[in-house]
Each structure stands twice: as structure tokens, then as C-alpha cells.
Design a binder for this molecule. Structure first.
Ligand SMILES: [Zn+2]
Length: 384
């Protein structure tokens, strides 16, 4: 019995400590009285546990709060320099490596261009060197690398973080992405798709805050999806849920890189622009009055809406968030997308469906990578 009681005391203490850390991260700066109110713990418990949290370097005191009556309480601040988080986004031809503080504020970032002809492990070695360079560049903030969040624009088998087909060349099939980073960095590693990371970023810091059911569409040279269902990521049985770019919307449509015809992504992303034109160029042309580009962007918007209508029928989400390169296309795609949805959905369904661009702009996915580290270490209510 004694052991049993001893064990439960330890568990209660650990649970209370996690509650305090979470509350500090979410509400800092906060007074001890505020902390007691927010956690529901008594002040003696807080004083005991705060001694441990202070010793671990997780908080700092920041002066006094102005108070209308009596003594002014000291405010406790979560130490934003407690450590650094790393994020890596692996996309076709470009990899982004980035370092943030514990509030996902970007401190350092660098891009790396590569070819699908390159050996994947050689490319990852370059990325590892870049990350070490980033860690060194942030050493004045902190030398403590807390973890690495990785996002891949590919299918990803959840059981072993195996990356599939970021390129259509077989060289880039079966890349053991998690194992590589675990062997090269002795810190916790989280691997997920770009779109799953993006919706986690948006859930904590952007357009999905306070929302439990949302779909993130990462639209650039292709379409990826991240699904937030009842407040948590939905990955399916093996991690392949959200591969929505290859919904077939027109069996007689243009050829897709996957071998099929008329996939959603060839009709509703930058791939639909002729001759490899970028979205940036198309938008510049549209803004100068070029009718061909206005039409091309409007068609992309309409096709985005067509696919979203099907997703809404299946999932009935509160919000659809459009992120990635498509953000530059603004009204040129958003207006026809909304018009299409209005036409395709029942009015009472459309009324409760919001469609908007990512709150974090193009940073949704990288901030999501940092958040994977942050939510685990600071005991947040996990989305992922
Ligand atoms: Zn396809």
C-alpha cells in the first residue's frame, strides 16, 4: 500500500508540474496568484513545484505587475531562451532548415536547392550540416537544441517515418527520413507531412485557433491536405490520409505525374498554369490586366472550390484553410472558389463553412514543425 501511495503521489506531482509548465507557456507573464487561479492548484503546491521549474531554467522573473491595492505581485515569465527548436521542410527541389525559440519565433533560416537526380542520403547530409550551422548561429540565445520537427511533401508511412515519392523518381522512394535524423542528432525527432505540420501550426498560432474541425490545403506545385478532426490530426491507418491532390476530378483531364489523368492537383494548383508559369508571374500578369492569366487563375480558383465541395460533403469542417504558394493569388482564386462553393453546396452547409487563407502566410508548415517539439516538451494539449 505504501508503494502504491508513493507511486500515486509521484504521479500527482508530475501531473501538477506539467499543468504549471503548460499554463506558464500559454499565459506568460503571470503572477503566482494568477497561476493558482488558472491551474486550480493551491499556492503551497505551486511554490514547491516552481522551485524545480526555476532550477531547470524554464522561467524568469520580470518585474512587478501594477496593482491597485496592496503589494504588487512578481510576474513569472516563461524563459523564451530556454532552448531552441529546429524545423526542416523537404519539398521537391528545395529544402528549408530553420531554428526558432520556444515560442516558434524564427531566429535563423536557410534554403537548400537540390535535384531529384541527387542521392537522397547525400542531400540529407547537406541538410544536417545546415542545421548544425543554424544551431551554432543561435548559440547566443541557447545551445540547447530541444528537438527537430520535419515536414515532407510526400506520402509518409507513420510506423517508421518512411518517406515515399517526394519525387517521381524511384531513387526518392523509401527514404528512411526519421532514422537518418535520429542517427545524426541525439534529440527527439518528429516527422510528418508538410500539410499535417501546417495545420498544427495554424491550430496553435493561426487560422485554426479555437477550431476543432478544419482542413488545410497546401497548394503550390501540387496539393497536399492536413485534416484536423475533433481537435486532433487525422492520419488514417498508416499515415497516408490527406493525399487529396490525386482525387480524380476529370478522368479526361490533363496527365498527372502520378500516371493518372485529371487529378485535382493538375487542375487546381500552379500545375494548371501553362508552360511551367509560376503563381507569382501569373498574379503579376493578372494585376496588369492580362486577361489570359486572369482567366487561368479564376479557373484554378473554381477548380479548388470544386474539390473543396467534395471534402465538405465528407467532413463538414468549420474551416478550410488555403496555404502554400497559392496565397499570392489572393482574390484571383478566392472569389471564384467561394462562388463555386456557393453554387455546389446546400445553402445551409455553405453558411457554416469558412474558407480563408492561412493565418501564418507561408510559414504555417515551418511553425508547425517547431510546434511539434514545443507541444511535447511543454506539455501542451497535443494536436498531433
Ligand atoms: Zn495524380
Amino acid at each position: 500500500m505504501k508503494n502504491e501511495n508513493g507511486l500515486s503521489q509521484t504521479l500527482i506531482k508530475e501531473s501538477n508540474k506539467r499543468k504549471i509548465i503548460r499554463t506558464l507557456w500559454e499565459n506568460s507573464p503571470v503572477s503566482r496568484t494568477g497561476l493558482a487561479y488558472l491551474t486550480g492548484l493551491n499556492k503551497a503546491t505551486i511554490t514547491n513545484l516552481m522551485a524545480e521549474i526555476v532550477a531547470e531554467g524554464m522561467v524568469t522573473n520580470v518585474g512587478q505587475q501594477k496593482s491597485s491595492a496592496g503589494r504588487s505581485p512578481n510576474l513569472i515569465m516563461f524563459n523564451e531562451n530556454y532552448g531552441i527548436c529546429a524545423g526542416v521542410l523537404i519539398r521537391p527541389h528545395i529544402i528549408v532548415a530553420s531554428i526558432s525559440n520556444v515560442f516558434a519565433k524564427i531566429l535563423w533560416q536557410k534554403d537548400f536547392l537540390y535535384s531529384e537526380k541527387d542521392d537522397p542520403i547525400d542531400v540529407l547530409q547537406e541538410v544536417a550540416s545546415m542545421l548544425r550551422e543554424g544551431v551554432a548561429a543561435c548559440s547566443e540565445i541557447s545551445t540547447r537544441l530541444l528537438g527537430i520537427g520535419i515536414g515532407t511533401a510526400s506520402l509518409l508511412r507513420q510506423s517508421d517515418d518512411m518517406m515515399y515519392a517526394v519525387h517521381s523518381t524511384t531513387k526518392w522512394y523509401n527514404v528512411p527520413i526519421g532514422d537518418f535524423f535520429r542517427q545524426n542528432f541525439k534529440v527527439p525527432i518528429w516527422v510528418d507531412t508538410v500539410s499535417n505540420n501546417a495545420i498544427v501550426g495554424e491550430k496553435y498560432f493561426g487560422a485554426a485557433r479555437n477550431i476543432s474541425n478544419a482542413v488545410f490545403l497546401s497548394i503550390g506545385n501540387g496539393i497536399g491536405g492536413g485534416l484536423l478532426i475533433n481537435g486532433h490530426l487525422y492520419r488514417g491507418v498508416s499515415g497516408f490520409a490527406g493525399d487529396i491532390g490525386h482525387f480524380v476530378v476529370d478522368p479526361n483531364g490533363p496527365q498527372c505525374r502520378c500516371g493518372k489523368r485529371g487529378c485535382w492537383e493538375v487542375m487546381a494548383s500552379a500545375l494548371a498554369l501553362s508552360g511551367g508559369t509560376s503563381l507569382d508571374t501569373a498574379v503579376r500578369e493578372a494585376e496588369s490586366g492580362n486577361v489570359a492569366y486572369i482567366t487561368a487563375l479564376n479557373n484554378i480558383g473554381q477548380n479548388i472550390g470544386r474539390g473543396i465541395a467534395n471534402l465538405v460533403r465528407v467532413l463538414n469542417p468549420q474551416k478550410i484553410i488555403l496555404g502554400g504558394d497559392i496565397i499570392v493569388a489572393g482574390k484571383w482564386v478566392m472569389n471564384p472558389c467561394r462562388t463555386e462553393l456557393q453554387t455546389k453546396l446546400w445553402p445551409f452547409v455553405w453558411e457554416s463553412t469558412q474558407v480563408e487563407f492561412a493565418g501564418l502566410g507561408k510559414d504555417s508548415a515551418i511553425l508547425g514543425c517547431f510546434t511539434r517539439v514545443i507541444e511535447q516538451l511543454f506539455c501542451l494539449e497535443k494536436v498531433a
